[in-house]
Design a protein. Sequence first.
Length: 255
Amino acid sequence: GLMRELKGIDVMELELKHRLGIKGVIIVPGDSDESPLVKGELGKASAACMKKLLTGENIIAVTGGSTMAAIAERLTPELTRKNLLFVPARGGVGEDVANQANTICSNMAKNTDSKHRVFYVPDQVSSEIYQSLIKEPEIHEVLKLIKSASMVLHGIGDAITMAERRKTTPKIQQKLETGNAVGEAFGYYFNEEGEIVHKVLTIGLQREDLAGIPNIIAVAGGSSKAKAIKAYLKQAPAATILITDEGAAKRLLKG
Ligand code: F6P
């Protein structure tokens, strides 16, 4: 019955939290790989978690992807008794518009009756462009906001899936294969030990910045993402809260 299932999920949450060594785990029923409705549930659970953690003034840095887009759909003005500002965590122009952090932040702001900033920076830049872009006053200002975020909301993806989605060059794909990359988050590709195999050069939040951010919420579901989630969380900040689904959780607990 329902109670037993609920209890099962409670037990899984505690066990996973313990195994992964992070601040918290929230599991929603189902498997995002099998039903698109489950992503909506991830969105709903994320909104509830955000509501609990937000206090007073908040700058929320958000990454791209379809999971983040699903969270935006589930945010409501109920969150806005707080003062919220959504900012893209990293440059992401180049991804599908619906999956870009700029679009997602704008939807999040619209649905919560709050503010957002845009960050029109390509998802991958050369180091020359990087050096000149960070000198632009407007970019500099958004960067300052990102670094003072009180919350980060981010996705985690399967390395190969992400490399393909980003139309990564054959040379980099080769590097990812040789380095056994399995997971991706924030433009960093990780192997099973959580070591960085490759980093996409872009402007915005860098992995080191996470240490200074009190609330970190990672949202990723689907059994196909289990390996990626495990890899990323191997060396992720202990302050991370993982919001996932049963499909991924079951596979994580098996491994
Ligand atoms: O490209 C942004 C990003 O957040 C990646 O870091 C992550 O791997 C991916 O999107 C997740 O996308 P989705 O939620 O669509 O699986």
